[in-house]
Design a protein around this ligand. Sequence first.
Ligand code: SF4
Length: 652
Amino acid sequence: MSSPVTIQRYCNSLVSYSRRKTRVVNIGDVAVGGDNPIRVQSMTTIDTMDTAGSVEQTIRMVEAGCEYVRITAPSIKEAQNLEEIRKELHRRGYKVPLIADIHFTPNAAELAARLVEKVRINPGNYADKKRFEQIDYSDAAYEAELQRIRAKFLPLIKICKEYGTAMRIGTNHGSLSDRIMSRYGDTPLGMVESALEFLRICEDENYFNIVLSMKSSNPQVMIQAYRLLVQKLDEEGFQPYPLHLGVTEAGDGEDGRIKSSVGIGTLLEDGLGDTIRVSLTEEPEAEVPVAQKLAARYASRAGHAPIPEITNYPIDPFSYTRRATRQVANLGAHQVPRVIADFSRHEAITPASLFAVGYRYSVPLDKWNITDMACDYLFAGNNAVEFDIPGTLGIIYKHDLWLSAQRKPRTYPLIDANQYRNGVEQSPELNFIQASIADVNQDLMSRLSSDQTAVLVIDTDNEHGYAEQRRIFVDLLNNHCGIPVILSRRYSDIPAETFQLYSATDVGGLLIDGLGDGVFLVGENCGSDKMVNETAFNILQATRTRISKTEYISCPSCGRTLFDLQETTANIRARTYHLKGIKIGIMGCIVNGPGEMADADYGYVGSGPGRITLYRGKEVVKRNVPTPQAVDALINLIREDGAWIEPEAVNV
Ligand code: SF4
């Protein structure tokens, strides 16, 4: 990150919001890209052979605001049934464009392309069966492979051209072909190249009705892949195709919403993305309002308060490097990003108040129980904290109150940039200096550079706050100012879910680029202290910068799903929520599940009706376990590996 690089083009501007200009792709009567609004889509979860069920679910999705509906077509018979579903929808007055989702079966794609408005292919498995083999291809052998793909793919292109059908070339990080893995590895570049192999064939055939996607369950990989894709499209002279954004297997509830916002929101902030799908392990119509809220922020984003241009961009947008900082107390350098909870609006702060932010006081034991989501600092504002605080907590006061409270251990001042310039009294250990972009000039940066006790808290009122805060980091990096930085964002009068989506976008995007040593979220009238605090930890978890709980990579389910994913995910979560740092993949089918659970440590995969196959990483360890015993078998497997902890041991 520290060596200056020229600005790497993956968006129109890093400081002034505008949507990337793309081709317009017609999908039935609903066009995507160009000046069209960001379209919202989702996917059915009912068996595609259940015509009535698929129609009813599609209608619920459309009524919720879904603009395209994707339906899985694993074989010829489902592809054929799309015709029945479409006919019935038309008969009932629903003309929503349908998209056939194809994996492994070119013949199903070729049929579906005649029947519905768009087909989605996965370049990782359209012409290849995955065998997890590492093959050392010579250039000639690789070229021969490309010729084989061309031969398999050409018939579909011809049909799409003839019928006016659109296509998404949708790469999944978890299901790259052995060919791509052997040459590029499991990398964003491999994902991009996987799509470009197919795209080159389309362009050779003058077929341009294409949308592209680069999905992963890891938002960091996904963001880097989309950025790299745009750069490669420009660099290699491809057409500017619209982008379909999504984080795969994001999970359910707030985790799924936060993970999706980090991935999708970060790209939308830079003007990338023409259609989005939020993949939640919930009913598909529940995905739609989330996607709409994410997209709606950008309808009026252009024209925001100006942000100074960047001439020298020191951040590599294509790979993660945490910005190098010095350590001040437990902040910066190699410390995990810290969480500050805001209690400044409380009338009084008591030991019981801390329950919401992860600290439970036991009166009989006179002991604090500290959870994995216990905040590191509490901003008390002008509220004196009169009791003995837990040993892992620091209290931040406004400067005036701190002056009178400073004899108490672990209390620190929040000093605004003006007070700091005027040389007010400081803590000998740790001082939080609050500044906005207007305050961060050469003078302040040189003072901060030599102040070994200072941590910068950056604020923004700019509607395009993500870019404005990133701009502050550009100055800090270019001036070699290694001060730790807390990302501070304030929201007021929005519902809890909106708070989660917005803050995950605004703060998550910076953390993904290695920027930020702590998070300070303020939610005035946005929900409970508990929700705000947990959102901060969940953002850190989604960006993988601080792991505080088990991670679930669960597929959103589709017509292939072999068990009730929502219920099963809830069961597994109830038994394993305390296994901090472990990743569990919960996948509805064995056809795509093992590939798509990416880097999960354990996998719970439907392998037949009432049957589950368990994985350790990518290795099958137990086949066809009857469903009633499967969760116990999963826990036994974790136990055998020595990774199991009794929940009681965590909760003492
Ligand atoms: S893993 Fe889940 S969403 Fe993906 S194809 Fe299988 S059942 Fe459908």
